[in-house]
Design a protein around this ligand. Structure first.
Ligand code: URA
Length: 315
């Protein structure tokens, strides 16, 4: 188990599903039918016939809000020409839609919530692909979200190079007395390049950079407008400038965990595409109008769909 804290990207090999990190004891029992897997937060189980309709999944797209998932699925249904949209029955935690070979799922806010969605989706993907590692690795994963920009104006799109925590180190978990389990936060370079190429004709401002994921919207993002305040205008400015000098271009709340978990199985193709809602060097409050916010988040959808179209529809 990696406990060494090597820097982000060093452990990212890409292209090879690392079978030693798959929980074979549990997941292979699901495949041979001796164990039913209950994807509790999605309200479905591995013996539910609804999953047979998802066997052809080629991409799993996540976003924070359920309404965005419904919009994305409608849009992809029209683009892919698949009139059928499958919905899981339970929606009180995560909203899920499947159409045209793409599974769209909401993940809520923050890494504790999103980690539940990601773990259950990885289990589900393994089941849907019947443990075939080549088919599994052909699945593209993405989070499409919103973020605070570091030196970037609202409306900019950031394609993440790496997802790190606010200390610029990758995601890690405390394991009681056993120490700290470190993950790799790199996002695959080839996927980023393909996303940029698919959007080469776009008028949008699209940049690459590191993204930090925090466990708190106010304090860990050095906001001065929380109910509790720990920072001064000066320490906030110093923090944001330090982030910028180290290549960070945006701040959100899920990417470090997402990269960590997908890297732990060695998926070769995954990305995070976030719209910037505000430039944190200029303020803390999200003051954009609801029309502007909707437009900004549409931009990240535009970048995603240009790539999905090329990857899934042009062959
Ligand atoms: N999401 C965040 O986590 N932070 C922001 O500033 C904006 C969106």
């Amino acid at each position: 188990m990696p406990r060494d804290g090597r820097s982000v990207g060093e452990r990212h090999r890409g292209g090879v599903i690392k079978t030693e990190n798959i929980n074979h004891e549990f997941l292979d029992a699901v495949l041979d039918g001796s164990q039913v897997d209950v994807y509790y937060h999605f309200g479905v189980a591995s013996d539910d016939p609804i999953l047979d309709r998802l066997r052809g999944v080629r991409a799993i797209i996540m976003a924070g809000s359920g309404d965005r998932i419904k919009e994305f699925a409608e849009r992809w249904s029209a683009m892919s020409g698949d009139p059928h949209i499958v919905a899981f029955p339970k929606e009180d935690r995560f909203v899920t839609r499947y159409t045209g070979g793409v599974l769209f799922c909401s993940h809520g806010m923050g890494m504790p919530s999103a980690s539940i969605a990601v773990q259950e989706l990885m289990r589900m993907a393994y089941f849907l692909k019947r443990g075939d590692l080549v088919a599994l690795d052909d699945v593209f994963w993405a989070r499409v979200g919103t973020s605070g920009g570091v030196g970037l104006p609202g409306g900019t799109i950031v394609v993440s190079e790496a997802g790190v925590m606010p200390d610029l180190q990758p995601y890690r978990l405390m394991q009681g007395g056993l120490g700290t389990y470190w993950f790799d936060g790199g996002f695959p370079a080839q996927t980023r390049a393909d996303i940029l190429a698919a959007n080469a004709d776009s008028d949008l401002s699209i940049v690459e950079g590191k993204t930090i994921a925090t466990n708190e919207f106010f304090l860990e993002q050095f906001r001065l407008d929380g109910a509790i305040r720990l920072e001064t205008a000066q320490t906030k400015q110093e923090f944001l400038e330090w982030l910028h000098a180290n290549g960070v271009r945006n701040i959100e709340m899920e990417g470090a965990m997402l990269a960590a978990y997908l890297n732990s199985w060695g998926f070769s193709s995954f990305a995070m595409i976030c719209a910037v809602l505000l430039n944190r060097l200029e303020g803390d409050q999200v003051t954009a109008t609801s029309e502007e916010l909707h437009r900004f988040s549409e931009y990240s959808g535009d970048v995603l769909f240009a790539y999905l179209q090329q990857r899934l529809l042009s062959s």
